[in-house]
Design a protein. Structure first.
Length: 165
């Protein structure tokens, strides 16, 4: 199989940083993040090392084995006991539409089911493509909304996936 989906290892923080900064510069994907490229590019190495250590979160990466390139990522954050949220979903443009997003989500959700019976995420009002994908995966809107942190005149919708019992 060309792509490998796996957790990010702590020593890989520099590759994680590079992929996240690329995501923040991608005009299609940047609305999936609550911070800007300018903010994130100023973070020191210690912050990036902590992010890749798995403390309070689990980061997953999609690796193209033929090119040894990181082509996707997704983070599951333990916000509080029983409330896990999917964040920072990104695929490089050439990996979109390949089924890789489904594989990233499957790995993340399998990890989450060991910790909770529901997984949350927030989707930007103008990110219809992402919301349609989340709905196909089984997520539904909860009715909760919040202002988009980078532009309070825009809205994000909370979605949840419940584990079948």
């Amino acid at each position: 199989m060309r792509y490998e989906i796996r957790p990010v290892a702590p020593a890989e923080w520099q590759r994680l940083r590079a992929l996240r900064l690329a995501a923040l510069q991608d005009p299609v994907s940047s609305m999936a993040f609550a911070r800007t490229y300018a903010e994130e590019s100023e973070l020191d190495d210690e912050v990036w090392q902590r992010r890749s250590s798995g403390s309070g979160a689990q980061q997953f990466v999609a690796v193209d084995r033929t090119a040894d390139a990181w082509v996707g990522m997704l983070t599951v954050i333990v916000e509080r006991p029983g409330y896990l949220s999917v964040n920072a979903v990104y695929l490089v443009p050439e990996a979109r539409g390949t089924g890789l997003a489904e594989r990233l989500f499957a790995a993340a959700i399998a990890w989450a089911w060991d910790r909770t019976d529901r997984v949350h995420l927030w989707v930007h009002e103008n990110n219809g493509r992402a919301e349609a994908f989340y709905q196909r995966f089984g997520f539904v809107r909860t009715g909760e909304t919040m202002k988009y942190p980078l532009n309070p005149s825009e809205t994000e919708y909370e979605m949840v996936l419940l584990r079948d019992r």
